[in-house]
Design a protein around this ligand. Structure first.
Ligand SMILES: [Zn+2]
Length: 157
């Protein structure tokens, strides 16, 4: 592993990393307690995903599909498959993507329950955008960090 301190980072990347660490976006920031450089976080998750045989597009599509179905429940649990139920919580306002472009989403949060295991995972609409557009699953310790391996295991059940 290359040492983050000696890796060359452009001022823009540094600025983005600082911003992703900031709690102005979500409590604790998108990077949580992760001290790895952003590029390293993204590379590690993308290679995990590749080993599992999925693309970020497929993951984002499935998350969006589940969120869309769950939204029809207007706050009550909706059946997604025999193994899955999901519920959304609508929150006022929008989340702005930390990357330098015009991306923003609602603050809706989806909770997905995997009935056989009792496990659940949660994501905000912004997480779908971050995965699809930036290959970013967030840093370790971030509130909305979703481990790609756990994600794949659950969302296609
Ligand atoms: Zn974006």
């Amino acid at each position: 592993m290359p040492n983050g301190d000696i890796m060359k980072r452009s001022p823009q990347t540094q600025k983005l990393e600082d911003f992703l660490h900031s709690s102005k976006l979500v409590a604790g920031g998108f990077l949580g307690t992760d001290t790895r450089p952003l590029a390293e976080i993204i590379d590690a998750d993308l290679s995990t995903l590749e080993q599992l045989g999925y693309t970020t597009g497929q993951i984002a599509d499935r998350l969006a599909e589940i969120s869309d179905k769950a939204k029809e429940g207007l706050g009550t649990r909706v059946k997604i498959s025999d193994a899955l139920e999901a519920v959304t919580q609508e929150n006022r306002g929008v989340l702005v993507c930390p990357w330098p472009h015009e991306g923003h989403t609602t603050k809706t949060v989806t909770t997905l329950y995997h009935l056989p295991s009792g496990d659940s995972i949660q994501w905000a609409d912004m997480c779908i955008h971050l995965i699809r557009e930036h290959g970013f699953f967030q840093g370790h310790g971030s509130v909305f960090r979703i481990d790609p391996e756990k994600l794949v295991k659950i969302i296609f059940s």
